[in-house]
Ligand binder design. Structure first.
Ligand SMILES: NC(=O)c1ccc[n+]([C@@H]2O[C@H](COP(=O)([O-])OP(=O)(O)OC[C@H]3O[C@@H](n4cnc5c(N)ncnc54)[C@H](OP(=O)(O)O)[C@@H]3O)[C@@H](O)[C@H]2O)c1
Length: 330
């Protein structure tokens, strides 16, 4: 099959389209013909081996995992003997990466993965829209619900409201009944409003430091403020989920200062990572099925253009999700 392969860490030019062996499903796995794969910042973290400390786990000098892409949607074309939930021909979406299954390989024609990492696709949505949901949607969900324990009357600030995680954060927060303020640049103000934000702050005109308002919950998908600044924006007892990676220096500051300032102020400020749970992905798929949640796919590429897709995402200014559509390319 054709797949995107990386033999070394580096910029998008390390990615190349190659012919590799087809995967074989194990007894608990489904074999998926991949139709679309969304790109996430986690893909460029793997591609570049950055931040450096991740190399201790994923390969010090070169990547142990040589195929990239986590977020996929496609069709089940074969299955192992223990697979119960899916039949051949089912349309599915899921993530090729979890704490138990660290494999990746979504930028390819086929992937074999445990059925536990997949759910049925909602009816009436495209493969690209389905692939756009898992990692970004679960990250938003985890920040709002598991970490943030969002309440219907909360005032919620979403920094980075127009990106992959932001579009889902705004909609999910709004669906709970919370009052949402989104932060984005001028060109995305209307989009963020259309997703349900009551107020939109254009960061090119107003810095969050200038706000007099305070919030019950902040979801920060950019990571460009200090823990002290987040604490200043929170109401007493407020919570701030730091999801965005604003560079290594900021990351270090967030890691070191969050516990100390949380204790001192009584506010809960912490770094939040996405976690795969089938139940939560099924919930998000159900929200989509009911038209309460939608993917915004702003740009699609084809498999041989993957490095262009990665370049696009690495600008840090993609709108919604960037998706690679998979087919056969000669
Ligand atoms: N911890 C985890 O488990 C986890 C999981 C997923 C993602 N992440 C991290 O979360 C972050 C967001 O992920 P993503 O998929 O949403 O990335 P993304 O799609 O690349 O986000 C791009 C968006 O960020 C906005 N943005 C850029 N600078 C901004 C600023 N100063 N203020 C407000 N918005 C700004 C851009 O809007 P404009 O074009 O308008 O500037 C653009 O729409 C990344 O740093 C990623 O590494 C973490």
């Amino acid at each position: 099959m054709q797949a995107i392969v990386q033999k070394s860490y580096g910029p998008p030019s390390v990615l190349s389209l190659q012919e590799i062996e087809n995967p074989e499903p194990k007894p608990d796995e489904i074999l998926i013909q991949i139709k679309a794969t969304a790109i996430n910042p986690l893909d460029w973290h793997f591609m570049r081996g950055a931040p450096y400390f991740m190399r201790f786990q994923f390969g010090l000098f070169r990547p142990k995992i040589k195929t990239v892409g986590a977020d996929v949607a496609g069709i089940v074309i074969s299955k192992g003997s223990q697979v119960k939930q899916f039949e051949i021909g089912d349309k599915v979406m899921g993530i090729l990466f979890s704490k138990q299954h660290m494999s990746l390989g979504g930028l390819a024609e086929y992937a074999a993965a445990p059925e536990a990492l997949f759910v049925h696709m909602p009816a009436e949505i495209s493969f690209a829209e389905a692939a756009a949901l898992p990692v970004a949607g679960l990250t938003a969900y985890h920040g709002l619900f598991s970490f943030g324990d969002i309440q219907p009357d909360d005032e919620v600030l979403v920094n980075g409201a127009s990106g992959g995680v932001g579009i889902f954060t705004v909609q999910l927060a709004k669906n709970t009944g919370a009052r949402v303020t989104g932060v984005c640049s001028t060109k995305n103000v209307e989009l963020v409003r259309s997703l349900g934000a009551e107020e939109v702050i254009d960061y090119t005109k107003t810095s969050l430091d200038q706000l007099e308002q305070s919030f019950d919950l902040i979801i920060d998908n950019v990571g460009n403020y200090s823990v002290k600044q987040y604490a200043g924006l929170l109401k007493p007892g407020g919570k701030c989920a730091i999801i965005g990676y604003g560079g290594f220096k900021k990351l270090l500051g967030h890691m070191l200062q969050s516990p100390r300032l949380s204790k001192k102020t009584g506010k809960k400020i912490g770094m939040v990572s996405w976690e795969y749970t089938k139940k939560d992905l099924a919930y998000l798929a159900d929200q989509m099925e009911q038209n309460k949640l939608r993917s915004i796919v702003s740009k699609t590429y084809i498999l041989p253009e993957t490095s262009k897709a990665m370049d696009h995402l690495e600008t840090g200014h993609a709108v919604g999700k960037v998706v690679v559509e998979i087919g056969r390319y000669t």
